[in-house]
Design a protein around this ligand. Sequence first.
Ligand code: 4FV
Length: 245
Amino acid sequence: MIFDILTLFPEMFHSPLEGSILGKARDAGLIQVNLVNVRDYAEGRHRVTDDYPYGGGKGMIMKPEPIIRGIKAIQAGNPEARVILMTPQGTPLRHEVVKRLAQLAHLILVCGRYEGVDERVRDVADEEISIGDYVLTGGELTALVVIDAIARLIPGVLGDEGASEDDSFSQGLLEYPQYTRPRAFEGRKVPEVLLSGDHQAIERWRKRESLRRTWERRPDLLSQAGLSDEDQKILDEFTGSSGTD
Ligand code: 4FV
């Protein structure tokens, strides 16, 4: 997977992409990240990339020309590359979106700054993605979130076992509680079933705890989770409903 990042602050990507899993994935050639500075496509002695908003208002807006020149320069060699504008007005980033993007070969991630980008940049974007209903100082962190979430799904990035099917959201549910040594910590013991070696019982406990946690914390996810009748029976125990009502 190739990521071309259009940004005014390429240095923000250095350390997150140097260390740990993403750094190893780059070294292994499983992902390629190219940092493209928007200012390299700005004109004039001062290479201006932003200007005042027409109609007045606070802050500055990123000019369309440097961004669109940058996109076109990248597309010149990679017409299949999908252009994604990171913006609070975009499609909320969900596991389903990450899975879909992870199937692609080449993404161009456009990082806004200041009050945002000129509306005409949207004309060349294939899609817009938001990582959450809050406003950041720039799109760079959102691009890193997208790169990290996608990279985990690329075979070989998380080592041989790959992204675990039990991850939160891979089944549309929140993940079950996880424990490791010690068996008892400050009086809190690891649930006996996890020490039993009875893998069927462990699987049942884990599904039950995923359903409980999702019901308690994110009931909004249950309707899209594709629950089995078995799952529904377990949920009914939590809700105390006999499942007929
Ligand atoms: C954002 C988000 C986000 C808005 C103005 C950058 C900032 C500045 N992007 N999900 N939330 N972007 O806050 O994607 O240009």
